[in-house]
Unconditional design. Structure first.
Ligand code: ADP
Length: 502
């Protein structure tokens, strides 16, 4: 290529393996991150191939690409590899295997995990590497994400370690959430064609079981997680989920890189889900979004309702997200002169809690149980405040979406929330949101009350909204940080390989 958009000569080729990626399949922030990171790397001139399963929900043309005979644990799988071009320098490879992926739910259905998840994601990991082995030139680096692809680094250093080309290729493993570990019975090893020697403390063994996440942490050449604060926290018993010792052991290669957000998809000036555009310079359109949300939830939208602060929550309704603080403080929350709009699904008791609250306060509390991308955008646009009282939060995206939409976040200062939301300082007016530290309902209520008090002072409130809207949460800096890590580990691996060869 000779045009100006040609990649730099030092361009890398990255093989990413992930269990979800936008725009193909999403259950949470992981998909936003993998999709946006791949695009940002491509914009920087690097080639990215994203390998992921073809779930039933994946809406992409083309079926039945290259066939890949794959046997695992004595079982033969009919695997197809469908290449989907996805913009310059970006390609998605869908791993087709209907018996594993063509079903309801990415990870489970009806509140139950799919019982064969170990095999489903074992096949994904194997297929990704087999696909890359079949390419003319190997990738510069393999980047795996979360427990579902924890076997990728393991396979590189076991099954492929004798290959002179592949043993030079480093792997980077990103922990998006340490709480999900992919732990299976010890017998699973043989179903995955992995040797029993891996059932050891420096292998995959975790309390006599097999942990995919531990495999990724142990075998990857380098590790990242999704915020600097979370990188520190997970080395402590409070946040380490039993893996803090191992993470301390590997801390030399563990870096926190803050996620960016997709600033095209999440742009209040161009967002098709909003009734009117708005920006930091022109906030006028935001009130149309507020009215639209109130209407969608069947809440009154008269002058009183429009003047009342509207608190939004879009979240998986699970303990991690601080729902027990909401539960404890539900009486005080409902008594506030504020309205709530909630979108989420998860544990039944939290879904019921919100439904009960909505039934008791039908003019001020609205709840939708389910997943609705458009409504999530509308809430970000229409709410005045956004509540995220997380017990832990590796990075969190919604607080960044909120700030970009002039919706002031009220968050517990943990993980990425601590790294992205600067607490409002009443003396100087500086800051971008409200934070609290102690994991107690009373601390959350104090922060919310402070936010509501400021809401009553429109000029100061507007300044706070605008400060948030002017933050730069784009992927550019984060993608450059990943490239830096890639290059570091590529050099390190080469040196190590050279030394071994001498
Ligand atoms: P996590 O990955 O832990 O769920 P994040 O804040 O990192 O949390 O990312 C959550 C992502 O999922 C955001 O893009 C958010 O808007 C979206 N999301 C969560 N629940 C829902 C829902 N019920 N409907 C639509 N989007 C949702």
């Amino acid at each position: 290529m000779s045009d100006a958009s040609a990649p730099p000569t030092s361009a890398l080729s990255v093989l990413m393996v992930a269990s979800e990626a936008q725009p193909y399949a999403k259950t949470g922030g992981l998909a936003d991150v993998t999709g946006a990171l791949a695009a940002a790397l491509a914009r920087l001139g690097h080639a990215v191939t994203m390998v992921m399963p073809r779930y039933r929900v994946v809406d992409a043309a083309g079926r039945g690409g290259r066939r890949l005979p794959l046997t695992m644990g004595g079982r033969a799988f009919e695997v197809g590899l469908v290449e989907v071009p996805h913009g310059p320098r970006e390609r998605v490879v869908l791993v087709e295997c209907d018996e594993l992926y063509d079903r309801e739910g990415l990870y489970g259905a009806g509140g139950q995990d799919h019982p064969d998840n170990a095999v489903r994601f074992g096949v994904l990991s194997r297929a990704a590497l087999e696909y890359a082995v079949g390419l003319e030139s190997p990738p510069s680096i393999v980047h795996a994400h979360d427990w579902q692809t924890g076997l990728v680094p393991v396979l590189l250093r076991t099954r492929y370690s004798a290959d002179p080309v592949w043993r030079r290729i480093p792997s980077l493993f990103t922990i998006h959430n340490l709480a999900y570990q992919g732990v299976f019975p010890a017998e699973t090893l043989s179903a995955l064609d992995l040797g029993s020697e891996l059932l050891s403390i420096d292998g995959l063994e975790f309390w006599n079981q097999v942990s995919f996440l531990k495999g990724g942490i142990n075998f990857a050449d380098t590790l990242t997680t999704v915020s600097p604060a979370y990188a520190r926290e997970i080395r402590t018993p409070e946040y380490g989920e039993g893996l803090e010792g191992l993470l301390v052991h590997r801390q030399q290669v563990l870096t926190g890189i803050l996620n960016g957000i997709d600033t095209d998809t999440w742009n209040p000036w161009t967002d098709p889900y909003l009734p009117a555009p708005f920006s930091a310079a022109d906030l006028g359109g935001k009130r149309f979004a507020k009215r639209a949300v109130l209407t969608r939830y069947g809440l009154p939208d008269d002058a009183t309702a429009m003047a009342r602060p509207l608190i939004g929550m879009v979240s998986r309704l699970v303990g991690q997200k601080g729902l027990d603080l909401v539960w404890e403080g539900r009486g005080a929350l409902a008594a506030m002169d504020a309205a709530f709009v909630v979108l989420g699904s998860g544990e039944r008791r939290y879904e019921e809690m919100w439904r009960d609250l909505a039934a008791a306060h039908p003019t001020r509390i609205g709840v939708r149980v389910g997943f609705d991308e458009g409504l999530a955008h509308l809430i970000e646009g229409g709410a005045d405040l956004f509540l995220m009282p997380s017990r832990f939060e590796p990075c969190g995206l919604n607080q960044m979406y909120s700030m970009r939409y002039g919706t002031v976040p009220v968050v517990r200062a943990t993980g990425g929330l601590d790294d992205t939301v600067r607490p409002f300082d009443p003396d100087t007016g500086a800051g971008t949101g409200f934070t609290f530290h102690e994991y107690r309902s009373s601390a959350m209520l104090v922060a919310l009350e402070a936010a509501l008090a400021l809401y009553a002072r429109p000029a100061r409130w507007r300044a706070l909204q605008q400060a948030g809207m002017r933050q730069d949460f784009s992927w550019d800096a984060s993608a450059a940080a990943y490239v830096h890590e890639y290059r570091k580990v590529i050099d390190r691996r080469r040196e190590a390989d050279g030394e071994r060869g001498e």
